[in-house]
Design a protein around this ligand. Structure first.
Ligand code: ZN
Length: 590
């Protein structure tokens, strides 16, 4: 599947007259650069997908891309010259759907991502509770649904581990939560509590007693009883998370669901000079909207805008997830005969919201997993375009687990970005045990149809949805090519027709995401005049076996020419299989 690089791919890119360049052509050659990276495998991701050997940076922008025969005057006494020794230089990665701050906060709480059995999850919680006797709540995240029968962990198990305090642990996918009896009591959830709209309290089928697992909006009942995060907790979470993102070569993120407190954390960090990423923030739009909501979003958009933070998008949920049977489907789940899931909003409400948000100039970002939610989202975006007229809106639909084949061409037609998590195409138990039995083989074929959407010419971008899954773009890039877990060479290829090649996967995380973020003129490729958002990898991705792409390490990440991460190249023989959940080896958490 992998397209090998041409043997002599070096294309000279000596054109200095480039949009966005702050320096004139003559000055571009004469003045010394701040930084020269030479002797590298530079994959530029420009329109021609050209290769180069050397790149020079001045004042945060790229001033030279070409061969190692540098123009006279480019290297001065103060220029830092780096011999890349054949290592790979790429545009900085852009993560087009991530929950950065919340996941950063989660890293300091009870982290269940590494648990591979229910017993391991229980041990982790017990150890965390014992180590934190002062906490009034035990909070955490990251348990995997397949560890428990029907994805349903019980309050009894949690009561045994945490009998003295309320406990709430989010599932890794963020659509379920596991709570103990004390948490249920504080939230006043009893067998008489009705399921809230768009939520489900899992119950004992005989007694109706809540069993300890909550889905979707039912989680809000317990969330409302939790003490809110402090500004200091959010700031610490951001700092932890942005370091981790930089260590994976990420220089731009799309913050997929941002409330005002998180937005304040981003802008405070930027004003203090500690933000090491560009952030496009999708604001949380609860309920059915209305004029009050729009006024508030407009206010945030201006009040919290800083040079690196653009609060210009709005996130809408249109359904849940297939494994919890909360996704909105065109046909019923095979194991729940009359149940096709319920969309969050009816079509008229979604249309009205999309129309109003689009008219107000917001970039719309919709969570849609089931094929009905996807169709409703496309319909609403089509409606917005009809009532408001065509503009350069670049709305996106995120996750896209199941797309009816009839809807695949509509992304291109409507100018909608298809935002996938390619790491989810790995054939894991979420798919084989929890999703596919409810879909059957014919419909399962249309899960995560990345190649089909790419073929239509639509813009496809890549996201991690961290901490739902690994923050490392290289994990997703590998799996998008192999349809196996990173490193796996023996499992059956999950959905062969929907695999794509390495250049396509790299575009998803660079130039395509940059376009989705309205910043393709400034970022997303290595071209003269663009901002020097760059990542150095310890090996050339086109030269390593595909199943080892996830082992390639970032050795340096630059944001506008400033080094925001510096690490060690890996030892090729050392395999770090624990990367799946985005947890780095400890030496990379500095
Ligand atoms: Zn998400």
């Amino acid at each position: 599947m992998v397209t090998r690089a041409p043997a002599v791919p070096f294309l000279l890119l000596l054109l200095f007259a480039c949009r966005g360049a702050s320096s004139g052509p003559a000055e571009g050659i004469a003045a010394p650069a701040d930084l020269v990276l030479r002797n590298g495998a530079v994959y530029t991701v420009d329109a021609a997908r050209s290769w180069a050997r050397a790149v020079a940076v001045r004042g945060g922008r790229i001033v030279y891309v070409g061969t190692d025969s540098l123009p006279a005057g480019l290297v001065g006494p103060a220029t830092e010259v780096v011999d890349l020794q054949g290592r790979m230089l790429l545009p900085g990665f852009q993560d087009a759907h991530v929950h950065l701050i919340g996941s950063g906060v989660d890293l300091s709480e009870c982290d269940l991502n590494a648990a591979t059995t229910a017993a391991e999850a229980a041990d982790t919680i017990q150890a965390y509770a014992a180590a934190h006797p002062d906490l009034t709540w035990i909070r955490g995240a990251g348990w995997q649904l397949p560890l428990f029968p029907e994805g349903n962990p019980s309050k009894e198990l949690l009561d045994r581990i945490v009998p003295d305090r309320p406990a709430m642990l989010w599932a890794a996918d963020g659509h379920s939560a596991w709570v103990n009896s004390r948490a249920l009591a504080l939230a006043k959830i009893t067998r008489d509590t009705p399921d809230p709209p768009n939520g489900r309290i899992e119950r004992d089928p005989l007694t109706g007693e809540p069993t300890g697992t909550l889905r979707e909006a039912a989680i809000n009942l317990v969330e409302a009883a939790l003490p809110p995060r402090t500004g200091a907790e959010l700031a610490a979470g951001l700092e932890r998370a942005e370091k981790l993102a930089n260590s994976f070569g990420i220089t731009t993120i799309f913050s997929a669901l941002t409330d005002e407190d998180e937005l304040r954390a981003f802008t405070d960090a930027d004003r203090a000079g500690t933000l090491t990423l560009r952030v496009i923030a999708a604001l949380r739009a609860p309920g059915a909207g209305g004029d009050t909501l729009l006024a508030r979003l407009r206010d945030w958009r201006t009040r919290y805008a800083t040079p690196h933070v653009r609060p210009t998008a709005v996130k809408l949920f249109q359904d849940g997830v297939i494994e919890a049977r909360t996704a909105a489907m065109l046909a019923p789940y095979l194991d729940r005969r009359y149940d096709a899931g319920t969309p969050v909003r009816d079509q008229a409400t979604l249309d009205r919201m999309a129309g109003a948000l689009d008219r107000a100039g917001f970039q719309i970002h919709i969570h849609a997993i089931g094929d009905r939610a996807v169709r409703m989202s496309l319909d609403a975006l089509a409606y917005a375009r009809t009532v408001n007229g065509e503009r350069d809106a670049r709305p996106s639909i995120a996750h896209l687990q199941l797309i009816d084949p009839a809807d695949i061409p509509r992304f291109r037609v409507l100018g909608v970005v298809a935002n996938f998590e390619p790491l989810w195409s790995n054939g894991d138990e979420y798919l084989t045990k929890l999703a596919e039995p409810a879909l059957g083989p014919a419909r399962s074929r249309w899960q995560y149809p990345i190649a089909s959407v790419v073929r239509t010419g639509a813009v496809v971008s890549g996201g991690s949805d961290w901490s739902v899954s690994s923050l490392n773009p290289l994990d997703a890039i590998e799996t998008g090519i192999t349809h196996r877990d990173p490193g796996d060479t023996t499992a059956a290829v999950w959905n062969p027709p929907e695999r794509v090649d390495l250049p396509t996967m790299l575009a998803l995380y660079t130039i395509n995401a940059a376009w989705a973020h309205h910043q393709e003129r400034e970022t997303g490729s290595i071209e003269v005049g663009k901002l020097a958002d760059l990542v150095v990898l310890d090996r050339d991705l086109f030269q390593v076996p595909v199943s080892r792409i996830h082992e390639v390490r970032v050795v340096r990440t630059l944001l506008e020419g400033r080094t925001v991460f510096a690490g060690e190249p890996s030892h090729p023989e050392r395999s770090e299989g624990g990367m799946i959940q985005g947890m780095p080896p400890s030496n990379r958490l500095r």
